[in-house]
Design a binder for this molecule. Sequence first.
Ligand SMILES: Nc1ncnc2c1ncn2[C@@H]1O[C@H](COP(=O)(O)OP(=O)(O)O)[C@@H](O)[C@H]1O
Ligand SMILES: [Mg+2]
Length: 251
Amino acid sequence: MGRVIAIANQKGGVGKTTTAINLAACLAVAGSQVLLIDADPQANTTSGLGLRGQHQRTLYHALAMSESLDRVEIASGLDGLSLIPSERNLAGAEIELVDIERREYRLREILENHRDRFDFVLIDCPPSLGLLTLNALTAADSVLVPIQCEYFALEGVSELWDTLIRIRRSLNPTLAVEGFLLTMFDERTNLSNQVIGRLARFSRIASLRNFHTPQRSPRRGSEPWTADNPLRSEVPWIGKLRESRQGGTRQ
Ligand SMILES: Nc1ncnc2c1ncn2[C@@H]1O[C@H](COP(=O)(O)OP(=O)(O)O)[C@@H](O)[C@H]1O
Ligand SMILES: [Mg+2]
């Protein structure tokens, strides 16, 4: 049964989508069967794979209209990698699901049979702690938290942490934490090193592991990936994730 990993942080611009695309693509190239779910109404994962407008149905249809995932899933063009695309309407699902019983379990339930075909299911979450993110965290076996090495990096971490604890108490008691993934790290700045220091203290308290990405902040004109070539950047910690496939860090 596929391992479901949510990539979540309620802050925008921290590298969730970039991580989701690169990790999914690298796992597929390494021979895994991977399903990437775009759970953000901004649909950056969908457009990042060059698939905006290439679909008739999206995650919205599966969540709000009970469409089977088989009918929503599309091929990415890369062997082993499939996508559940997103669209702006997905924002409406947060409102439409409000009155539905077990609304936080929708994604978990529709993935139940579908995940068997995959080694990994990665969910790119929106930049909020709303119902879509709750659905992702309830469906997931584990969560990977990208954190940008910048001044306010840790401001949202305790809020996210409280949410994870609440989810484990109620919706998903076995949710594990893969770790924090430091993005846009630049060893030339004190700031990046300060963020690492503060996060290391937090992680020791929470007994978490930190993945460290040596990717530097992009210089002008050197984005870490481009829409037509999501494989351009490396994800060097992929080996660690594969090792952790049998179980993430659990407290
Ligand atoms: N590891 C990284 N190294 C350098 N730049 C990155 C990295 N991850 C993301 N970026 C850049 O940061 C910006 C925001 O990334 P994105 O993945 O869209 O964040 P989010 O999905 O959290 O909103 C993009 O311009 C992206 O190219
Ligand atoms: Mg995003």
